[in-house]
Design a protein around this ligand. Structure first.
Ligand code: ADP
Length: 262
């Protein structure tokens, strides 16, 4: 009497004949659910002890102490910040996966979001980077505002972090007959083709040491992938080693909100 979950496929196998193949994926689904719950619970449990450590470290930095403790305290403080960022990203991922953003979709003012992100990106970039934003101010879409904001921010901050020698970073938001498009191009390190299909896996990194030192959590593109799936979209990547990369996504035309539809 327990309900089962099936994955169905219809195959045309002979003129007017169709074959329905139903695979029982109940156990697989339950296993995925257990994994999701475990990650969410573990992250949640780690939050409190980390907050305590972080608080005491800040206190110790402010209290009178021997100078040779300055560097270790600073390191410990930075590492607790990193752990906090990882925990927050893990919780974000679990909540997206758990479908908690299937609530009401809203009008997302992407041009306004990008205007703010340009200011934030300006603080992240170095003097050797130049930022160009090419935005069609008339295009707003239906979707989830905060998750989409994190998609755009992740892609823009990656473009900055993975072009250590600087260069031009260009973000675009435009529409054509095929859909609405967002893209970010950089003139950075580039990515070898064999890595591209794996970039959205949790903690997958092309160069582990470099990624850690640039301050990422290793979860940015996994979040991007899941948020885009909720918007009938997916991540597109093209890249040439040593020349740079383009990360982008497209949304279907029907997501565009025309002014008087509000
Ligand atoms: P991280 O926190 O490590 O940046 P992400 O999920 O955002 O995690 O990215 C996964 C990996 O993809 C990175 O570690 C990096 O190797 C690669 N990557 C992402 N964006 C770029 C880019 N613009 N140029 C080159 N490599 C990139």
């Amino acid at each position: 009497d327990q309900s089962r979950i099936f994955e169905c496929k219809i195959i045309e196998y002979f003129e007017n004949h169709k074959l329905l193949i139903a695979t029982d994926i109940t156990e697989l689904y339950q296993l995925a659910q257990i994994r999701r719950d475990f990650v969410a619970n573990a992250s949640h449990e780690l939050r409190t002890p980390l907050t305590v450590l972080h608080g005491y470290l800040e206190l110790m930095q402010e209290m009178p102490h021997d100078d040779h403790w300055n560097m270790p305290l600073e390191h410990m403080h930075n590492q607790t910040l990193r752990m906090r960022a990882i925990i927050e990203d893990l919780l974000t991922l679990s909540s997206i996966e758990a479908d908690s953003i299937t609530a009401e979709q809203e009008l997302v003012d992407v041009p306004e979001i990008l205007k703010h992100l340009k200011i934030e990106a300006g603080q992240l970039k170095s003097d050797r980077h130049s930022l160009y934003f090419d935005i069609d101010n008339a295009i707003r879409i239906k979707g989830f505002t905060e998750p989409l904001k994190s998609v755009f921010m992740n892609l823009i901050s990656n473009a900055i972090r993975y072009s250590p020698d600087g260069g031009k970073i260009r973000a675009r938001w435009y529409a054509d007959a095929q859909g609405v498009h967002f893209s970010v191009s950089d003139e950075g390190l580039g990515i070898a083709p064999e890595h591209i299909p794996r970039l959205t896996e949790r903690f997958y990194r092309v160069d582990k040491d470099r990624s850690r030192t640039t301050g990422g959590t290793g979860l940015g593109l996994a979040i991007v992938k899941h948020v885009l799936e909720k918007h009938e979209s997916h991540l597109e990547v093209s890249s040439v080693i040593g020349k740079g990369s383009v990360f982008g996504c497209s949304f279907p035309i029907h997501r565009i909100v025309i002014e008087d539809e509000e």
